[in-house]
Design a protein around this ligand. Structure first.
Ligand code: NAP
Length: 292
């Protein structure tokens, strides 16, 4: 029986674990993928205090080291189900864990375009991670879809590696940060294609060779998709946790409508999805739990 189980080892879950452990709670962390979460997929972080610039994987490694330095136990197991009574029961494929409190910090997963064969070419011409897959397209032409800060910052990263980036956005204006927009506009190997949408893939012998847009056709070797994300909350389906479009609704203490169940980070219904508030929310949730 743990005091607190934290699902998710991204920056929010790890910040919570650090504060909970230091407050004397007996904590267990559960993670279905790699420790560090989404941060592992960010090429360069330039807006996290204390680091003029740091690569995502390096920050993820530092976070993981903090957990190990504090001897916080963790299991790399995907949570499949939770039963939320006065004791919280957390099920993974092979194990069952129990705790007094639960913190959900499971983040979110990139969305894909709704066009034929997208899943088939994912990992083979189509990617949602410029940092992971960008180097495969060195010196080639690629397209990137999206109009938010992720699309802009990853287009800038790709432009350093590839020959040319076509940045395709369905509107005439980007919704990302102004500084990123200016940097993208200044790059001579990023071509902006506005008011356009990808309608289908062009393939040859099971290889992606291009995309059809509504009004033109592009020859490319890779297609990167940055069109937002879906919260990782499907495992809460059988609970009565209040969700809004899949995002978890919490009060000012980061507690859900179920007593003893808290949430923080990118799986929350909120206004701002930044690394810094993911960290802050995790820490505050843990402090609130420790005060109970
Ligand atoms: P986002 O801000 O939600 O932007 C998603 C973009 O994808 C929008 O431009 C949207 O178009 C477009 N889109 C959505 N569905 C589409 C579809 N089916 N086809 C074509 N385009 C589609 O997502 P994000 O860029 O991943 O950013 C998420 C959060 O992280 C934001 O809060 C952002 O500020 C933050 N972030 C910050 C930084 C930074 O601070 N440097 C870096 C990355 C992310 P519409 O505009 O038409 O809706």
């Amino acid at each position: 029986m743990y005091d607190l189980i934290i699902i998710g080892m991204g920056i929010s879950g790890i910040s919570a674990a650090i504060y909970a452990k230091r407050a004397g709670l007996n904590v267990l962390m559960l993670e279905g993928n790699a420790p560090g979460g989404t941060i592992n997929k960010i090429a360069e972080i330039n807006n996290y205090p204390g680091f003029k610039s740091i690569s995502g994987p390096t920050l993820a490694e530092n976070l993981f080291e903090s957990i190990n330095a504090l001897n916080i136990p963790y299991k790399l197991e995907q949570v499949t189900d939770v039963i939320l009574e006065s004791t919280k029961t957390i099920k993974t494929k092979n194990n069952v864990y129990q705790s007094k409190y639960l913190l959900i910090a499971t983040g979110r997963t990139p969305k894909l375009l709704n066009i034929p064969d997208i899943e088939k070419y994912l990992g083979q011409g189509i990617s949602t991670c410029a940092l992971c897959d960008g180097p495969f397209y060195k010196g080639k032409d690629v397209a990137l879809v999206g109009g938010g800060s992720s699309a802009l910052s990853e287009a800038l990263y790709l432009a350093k590696i590839v020959n040319k980036v076509y940045l395709i956005h369905r509107r005439s204006e980007f919704r990302g940060e102004d500084t990123l927009i200016k940097e993208v506009e200044a790059k001579n190997n990023i071509e902006l294609i506005l008011n356009e949408e990808v309608t289908s893939l062009i393939t040859d012998n099971n290889t992606l060779v291009g995309v059809n847009l509504k009004n033109r056709k592009l020859s490319i070797s890779g297609l990167f998709i940055y069109i937002g994300s879906t919260p990782n909350t499907a495992f809460l389906e059988n609970t009565h946790i209040k969700l809004d479009n899949g995002y978890i609704v919490v009060n000012e203490n980061y507690e859900t409508n179920i007593p003893g169940v808290y949430a923080s980070g990118d799986c929350l219904k909120k206004e701002v999805y930044q690394i810094i508030n993911g960290a802050s929310e995790g820490a505050l949730a843990a402090l609130n739990i420790s005060k109970n």
